[in-house]
Write a protein that binds this ligand. Structure first.
Ligand code: FAD
Length: 390
């Protein structure tokens, strides 16, 4: 196994790293201002990201994106993961899974403007009674002539405050496919779409997570994604992609934490020595670096496998393994970094404090660590060790 990168990949990594370095100075401002930075700064960052081909990084050239390989996307996301407060989300990732099923109308109305950065999407799948067990959703879609009527209450809808449209997942209430999953494009300003609550979360992001009600929302049948009953397959494709990207961002976060904690330990003195001279501190840094390397190898190799076209089920298990290991690794690294910074590590102006809170959700969203283990064990029993380690 090799992590060696080509000249082009190294150049892309360097470009993304330099861009992320420009975002880092805005972290504390965001932290102290509910995740917000001055609008003109944000606008300039978006323009710069576009100039550098660091937006819509997962979208194909056919749809106006850069058409990067999966490894290239991992390299970029790893760098954005080095930045707290979701400032790295300026490097956008649109709904790449849609390409195979979107109609021409859907591509022109929603997808091309998304790729161009003019509009944004959000996802409404989770409900109060259904998170891990997505099949437990109670939201409904009922066909009436040329329309569907949508009802349901959704939780944790990330970026809803910035989105122009939402992917709404429901079950069909009646008809030949009753009980099966369906997914729709819904414009956020459609009558019956309502924000119920903007809860506070552990992290300080400008992207809010709304609780939303869809109350008799009428959408034309042309807003249906794919066919009736196919709703879950799209979610699976998105989960697979986003799990690998979480792994990449967790590697970036861990790298930043190790760099910052090492720098601090080299400068901080206690009992007449630099704390970096104490083995207790060295061991925390050594364990962190070792685990980061393991996570990075897994993440890069999974991306390379996808680029090489390995079996979809193997991809699914490997994305889960990468997400599980990298997210748990990053949380351990953040915990150690807080410890190395001592009291400073408990201050919101400190990078370790922010990552300590922010990384926690990576063990929860896009499938909790327990759900990843269930997926991995299921694939292990069906396919065997050797297949999953290809
Ligand atoms: C900040 C944030 C942003 C989010 N953004 C979005 C979004 O944009 N759109 C969206 O639709 N959703 C979003 N989510 C929801 C997220 O995907 C869910 O929170 C996640 O899937 C877990 O579901 P749950 O919270 O209902 O927990 P539950 O499913 O209730 O799980 C609770 C606990 O039980 C465990 N558990 C459940 N089933 C099993 C099992 N079979 N075996 C062992 N343990 C099990 C879980 O691992 C967990 O520890 C977001 C969540 C957060 C926190």
């Amino acid at each position: 196994m090799s992590t060696l990168l080509t000249t082009a990949e190294l150049a892309l990594q360097e470009r993304a790293r330099a861009f992320a370095d420009e975002l880092i100075p805005w972290e504390v401002e965001a932290e102290m201002n509910r995740g917000e930075i001055p609008p003109d700064v944000l606008k300039a960052q978006k323009e710069k990201a576009r100039e550098l081909a660091l937006t819509s990084i997962n979208m194909s050239e056919r749809l106006g994106g850069p058409g990067y390989s999966m490894l290239a996307q991992v390299l970029i996301q790893e760098q954005t993961g080095r930045v707290t407060n979701a400032l790295g989300w300026v490097v956008s990732t649109g709904p790449s899974w849609i390409e195979e099923v979107a109609t021409d109308l859907q591509i022109e109305k929603w997808i091309r403007p998304t790729v161009a950065g003019d509009i944004h999407e959000c996802y409404a799948i989770t409900e109060e009674g259904a998170g891990s067990d997505v099949d437990g959703i109670e939201a409904t879609a009922r066909r009436e002539g040329d329309e569907y009527v949508l009802n349901g209450v959704k939780w944790h809808v990330t970026s809803a405050n910035l989105a122009s449209y939402v992917f709404f997942q429901a079950k069909l209430a009646d008809g030949p496919n009753a009980g099966r999953h369906v997914l729709f494009f819904v414009d956020m300003d459609a009558p019956g779409v309502e924000c119920l609550r903007v809860p506070e979360y552990s992290h300080t992001y400008g992207h809010h997570h709304w609780e939303m009600r869809f109350d008799d929302v009428r959408v034309p049948a042309e807003n249906l994604v794919g066919s009736e009953g196919a709703g879950m397959s799209f979610s699976h494709a998105w989960f697979r992609y986003e799990r690998l990207m979480i792994a990449a961002r967790c590697c970036g976060a861990a790298e930043r934490l190790i760099e910052e904690a090492t720098r601090f330990a080299e400068g901080r003195e206690a009992y007449g020595s630099r704390i970096a001279d104490f083995q207790a501190i060295q061991f925390m840094l050594a364990d962190s670096l070792t685990e980061l390397w393991a996570a990075r190898l897994m993440t890069y190799e999974t991306a390379r496998g996808i680029d090489a076209g390995v079996d979809l089920k193997v991809q699914h298990a490997q994305c889960s393994m990468a997400k599980l290991y990298a997210s748990e690794m990053a949380n351990r690294v953040a915990d150690r970094a807080v410890q190395i910074f001592g009291g400073r590590g408990f201050m919101r102006e400190n990078v370790a404090e922010r990552f300590f809170r922010e990384l926690r959700v990576d063990r929860i969203w896009e499938g909790t660590s327990e759900i990843q283990r269930i997926i991995i064990a299921d694939q292990l029993r069906k396919r065997g060790v050797r297949t999953l380690l290809t």
